[in-house]
Design a protein around this ligand. Structure first.
Ligand code: GRF
Length: 227
C-alpha cells in the first residue's frame, strides 16, 4: 500500500474526445480551489471536440493527436506520453476519452491514470454504459471513477455514485442525470488524489480522513430533487 501524493500544485493532463462537460467541471473545481491542481494540457484525439474550445476559453494549452494518423496503437500512445511528459503531467485524467489506453501509457504513468465511466462498475463496462443500463431495466444507475489498468473499465474503484431510474425516463433523461453526477464525483476524486488521500491496496482504494457515512450521504446516492 502506498500513498499517491503528488506535488502541491499537481499538473494534470486531461484527455478528451467530445463535449468536455467533465473537463468543464474540473476547470470550475480548480477555479474555486476545490482541487489543488492545474491543467497543464488538454489532449483530444478528435479535432472537432468541443472540449478543446472549453480549454482554450480558459487559457489551457491544447493538443490534437489524431489516432487515425498512427498505424499502430502503440505509436499513438507513445505520442500521448511524449506530450504529457513535455507538459510535466503528473496525473492523467480520461474525461470522455473514447480510446482504449495501452501499456505504453500505463507504464509511463503507473497508478496515475484515472477514468470516469457512466455506469456502476463492474456492471455495463465498455461504450454506452448508460444505454446498456437503461435497456437492462435497472432501477439504480450511476457512475464510477476508477484507476485505469490494462483491462477495460476494470481498475481499482475510487468512488461511485448512484441515481434512480424513473419509470417515465427516456434514455437521454437517464444519461443527463448520470452526467450531473459525474460532474460531482470526478472533481471530488481528483481532489482526493491530488491531496494525497488515496491509497491503493490491491483492488481496494483506501481514502484517508474521509467520513464514509458522510461520503455516502453526499455522493454515493444522489437524489436531490431526483435531478
Ligand atoms: C461521459 O458520460 C463519460 O462518463 C463518458 O463519456 C462522456 C463524456 O462526456 N466516458 P463529456 O465529454 O465529459 O461531456
Amino acid at each position: 500500500m502506498w500513498s499517491l501524493k503528488l506535488s502541491d500544485m499537481t499538473k494534470i493532463g486531461v484527455l478528451i474526445s467530445g463535449s468536455g462537460s467533465n473537463l468543464q467541471s474540473i476547470i470550475e473545481a480548480i477555479k474555486v480551489g476545490e482541487i489543488g491542481a492545474e491543467i497543464a494540457v488538454v489532449i483530444s484525439n478528435d479535432e472537432t471536440a468541443y472540449g478543446l474550445t472549453r480549454a482554450t476559453d480558459n487559457g489551457i494549452p491544447v493538443k490534437v493527436i489524431k489516432h487515425g494518423d498512427y498505424a499502430e496503437r502503440q505509436e499513438f500512445d507513445k505520442e500521448l506520453v511524449r506530450v504529457l511528459r513535455e507538459c510535466e503531467v503528473e496525473l492523467v485524467v480520461l474525461a470522455g476519452f473514447m480510446r482504449v489506453v495501452g501499456t505504453v501509457l500505463l507504464e509511463a504513468f503507473p497508478d496515475r491514470v484515472i477514468n470516469i465511466h457512466p455506469a456502476i462498475l463492474p456492471a455495463f463496462p465498455g461504450t454506452d454504459g448508460q444505454a446498456q443500463a437503461f435497456v437492462y431495466g435497472v432501477k439504480l444507475a450511476g457512475c464510477t471513477v476508477h484507476f485505469v489498468d490494462e483491462k477495460i473499465d476494470h481498475g481499482p474503484i475510487i468512488i461511485q455514485a448512484a441515481v434512480p431510474v424513473l419509470s417515465g425516463d427516456s434514455e437521454s433523461d437517464l444519461k443527463a442525470r448520470i452526467l450531473r453526477c459525474e460532474h460531482k464525483i470526478f472533481p471530488y476524486a481528483i481532489a482526493l488524489y491530488c491531496s494525497g488521500k488515496l491509497h491503493i491496496d490491491g483492488r481496494r482504494v483506501i481514502i484517508d480522513g474521509v467520513d464514509d457515512v458522510l461520503l455516502a450521504q453526499q455522493s454515493l446516492i444522489s437524489c436531490p430533487g431526483l435531478n
